[in-house]
Write a protein that binds this ligand. Structure first.
Ligand SMILES: CC(C)(COP(=O)(O)OP(=O)(O)OC[C@H]1O[C@@H](n2cnc3c(N)ncnc32)[C@H](O)[C@@H]1OP(=O)(O)O)[C@@H](O)C(=O)NCCC(=O)NCCS
Length: 207
């Protein structure tokens, strides 16, 4: 499947010929450090994963392409059609020389277009290491909001890591595309008001 070509960034669903490249990317320490799993992927594991993937309609994985060149991957998993929601995952721009050039954000926007317009989903969410500043920034720039901080959510390499739960709703995606951010502003105002109340309560309890 090939999607919109805005800004030369296209998403196309992976096929069997991509497996070895995917495996190499996933085993690259500069990438795997930002994924939750510590497992090194063998050829056999990759083949077995792909066999499951082909019969799993709760997941779709895309190659991020630009002018015919494959830059990375992005996908949806845990697609629950009854609740019209899915998790964004497997997001990577493989070559460090390609990072910080806006390709990741464009890929996220292409994926959201697919999720909300083609798949009819209502909510796309994700969990990311709080320390992954580039990923968090890219998600925020595409309209994702932080829903919460999950303390010590991931245990990896003998240490615990905090993560952020982030999400975007179809209504906010559509408003941001049409240049109207009013729902988000209302929600931000509510949060600021709540934060003010909590601060006032703390100060009150101190006097
Ligand atoms: C996360 C990743 C996919 C983002 O792709 P990308 O093409 O580099 O992203 P973009 O260039 O579109 O946007 C990155 C944003 O982060 C900002 N950024 C980059 N490094 C940053 C840092 N250390 N601190 C704060 N912001 C940072 C960039 O300035 C840019 O923000 P902008 O809107 O102000 O321009 C890419 O960095 C990557 O592959 N990282 C390794 C794997 C990974 O972390 N995957 C995500 C798992 S959740």
């Amino acid at each position: 499947m090939t999607m919109s070509e805005e800004d030369n960034i296209e998403l196309r669903e992976i096929d069997e010929s991509d497996l070895e490249l995917l495996r190499r990317w996933r085993n690259d320490p500069s990438i795997s450090r930002w994924f939750f799993s510590e497992t090194r992927i063998s050829r056999r594991m990759q083949r077995e994963w792909y066999a499951r993937y082909r019969t799993n309609d709760a997941e779709i994985l895309f190659m991020i392409c630009r002018d015919g060149e494959t830059l990375g991957t992005i996908g949806l998993c845990d697609i629950v059609r009854r609740h019209r929601k899915a998790q964004l995952g497997r997001f990577l721009i493989a070559d460090p020389g390609h990072r910080n050039r806006g390709f990741g954000k464009k890929a996220v926007l292409r994926l959201l277009e697919y999720a909300f317009c083609a798949q009819g989903l209502n909510r796309v969410y994700l969990e990311v290491f709080e320390s992954n500043a580039a990923a968090v920034r890219a998600y925020q720039a595409c309209g994702f909001e932080v829903e919460g901080e999950l303390m010590q959510s991931i245990h990896k390499g003998g240490a615990y890591y905090d993560t952020l739960l982030m999400a975007i709703l179809k209504q906010d995606y559509e408003r941001s595309r049409s240049g109207d951010a009013s729902t988000r502003k209302r929600r931000d105002r509510r949060r600021r008001a709540l934060a003010g109340t909590v601060t006032a309560l703390i100060l009150f309890s101190l006097v």
